[in-house]
Design a protein around this ligand. Structure first.
Ligand code: FCB
Length: 470
């Protein structure tokens, strides 16, 4: 028995007395082998090694080094030390039977200031991808998960139109270097967070706070995406091309017209701001009623570039937001009492995921096939007697997968689901305090301990695979 099959056997046979709180019912579409189940990570959150092999500083190095920006002054300097421990981390994927891995490439690792390739940085991702291929794990690579090279921010970052073209150069280099190793490319992760949290309210790097900046940064992000899709198609035609959007469910606090409108505007601001330009080639007019005077500068042809056809759309979903009217054009949050919340304070609301997915299918007649590229939750997990009993996460994942199944039953084309995250990691402005992994990380020793949720996912996936063999 190899080490991997021994580990699988261990997960496949828990004590008979232990009821399985995870495995979906036999009728669920989640048993279909063409529905991929994977785990996701992002470079700055796990890699560490921020000054190694020619990596340049990113906006997150600068931001996290600025006092008061990240909880407890945490930074990604060491993180999960994945840059040195990647082989063991990929073995965890196999051990847990994940079928796909979504990770991100760090732009500041692979190009120098003049846009020339950094061979050492590129070699890291090539080795990683080659090993994933050897293991038979499907590869989903995100080009931009928020770590803009600082030298580009020094020239205006996403407020500077030129950054969109630099992003296309980066996509060009990566797709020439890594052609054939990436099954699915994702251009941007969550442009809403980059634009709104980064340039609109300053909670994320680079920490600017101006509404007009947010819409202009968004425009340049989406332009960069569109330019990159064209380049990826030319260089690596066999791979799939997509983008990842975080979507928000907004519900009205009362049936009053004002509250219903507030909820709709919440969703315009979170979803239509990104999805309308991508899928309809225009910004939603209501966005500028909500934020008057923030229309971005759009040049001829930009909207056509942005609306380049996609092979898939990645959806990240975490919680719903209940809102009411602010008495004017907008909304304010109206947090409900007595609901289940996670360590982040986010409300657990799986129906929101189902309702968004079915709603998008109604709204966009050209909606591409969907992957849930992130879903998961943070809990205050600790290792006791070698185990991590993350009971809240087990129920959370099961209920959200059931919601995905309901959306599939309602006719939405969903091809897979990635749990956020493989490992506990650097949770941006919350540092290491919030634990999203299905594998626990002890940051003192870098010891990894699969949580109970990971064991149950592995057991389900092993059962699913066994059906194929039978
Ligand atoms: C998403 C990010 C991801 C992670 C989760 C919790 O917004 O894409 O990196 O931080 O939230």
């Amino acid at each position: 028995m190899t080490q991997d099959t021994a580990a699988a056997a261990q997960f496949a046979a828990p004590p008979a007395s232990q009821a399985d709180p995870f495995t979906p019912p036999a009728t669920s579409a989640l048993w279909r082998r063409d529905f991929l189940l994977g785990a996701a990570t992002a470079a700055y959150q796990i890699e560490g090694a921020v000054r190694e092999d020619g990596r340049l500083p990113s906006i997150w190095d600068t931001f996290s080094a600025t006092p008061g920006k990240v909880l407890a002054g945490d930074t990604g300097e060491t993180a999960c030390d994945h840059y040195h421990r990647w082989e063991a981390d990929l073995d965890l994927l196999t051990q847990l039977h994940f079928e796909a891995y979504r990770f991100s490439i760090a732009w500041p690792r692979v190009m120098d200031e003049a846009g020339r390739p950094n061979a050492k940085g590129i070699a890291f991702y090539r080795r990683l991808l080659e090993r994933l291929k050897e293991k038979g794990i499907r590869t989903f690579a995100t080009l931009y998960h928020w770590d803009l090279p600082q030298h580009l921010e020094d020239r205006g970052g996403w407020l500077n139109r030129d950054t969109a073209y630099r992003f296309a150069d980066y996509a060009d280099l990566m797709s020439r270097e890594l052609k054939g190793l990436v099954d699915s490319w994702m251009t941007l992760n969550e442009p809403w967070c980059s634009a709104y949290l980064g340039y609109g309210n300053g909670h994320h790097a680079p920490g600017l706070a101006n509404g007009r900046y947010a819409t202009q940064a968004m425009h340049h992000l989406l332009l960069g995406h569109g330019l990159a899709v064209t380049v990826l198609r030319a260089n690596d035609p066999a791979s799939a091309k997509g983008i990842v959007a975080n979507v928000g469910r907004g519900t009205a606090d009362s049936p009053s017209e004002a509250d219903v409108r507030a909820a709709r505007r919440f969703e315009v601001q979170h979803n239509a701001w990104i999805l309308d330009p991508l899928l309809k080639g225009e910004y939603p007019r209501e966005l500028f009623e909500l934020w008057p005077g923030t229309e971005p500068l759009v040049l001829d042809g930009d909207m056509e570039t942005i609306a380049a056809p996609l092979d898939f759309l990645g959806i990240n979903y975490y919680f719903r937001t209940n809102v009411k009217s602010d008495g004017a054009h907008g909304f304010v949050e109206a947090p409900p009492e007595g609901v289940e919340r996670t360590q982040m304070g986010w409300e657990v609301h799986p129906d929101g995921l189902r309702d968004l997915l079915t709603g998008f299918a109604r709204t966009y007649d050209n909606l591409p096939p969907i992957y849930i590229t992130e879903n998961g939750m943070a809990s205050d997990d600790s290792v006791r007697d070698g185990r991590v009993d993350d009971t809240q996460r087990i129920a959370f994942l099961k209920r959200h997968l059931a919601a995905v199944n309901e959306a599939m039953d309602a006719g939405v084309d969903i091809r897979g689901y990635f749990v956020w995250s493989l490992l506990d990691n650097f949770e941006w402005a919350f540092g290491y305090e919030r634990r999203f992994g299905v594998v626990h990380v002890d940051y003192g020793t870098q010891v990894r301990t699969p949580k109970r949720s990971a064991e149950l996912i592995a057991r389900f996936l092993a059962q699913r695979r066994a059906l194929d063999v039978a």
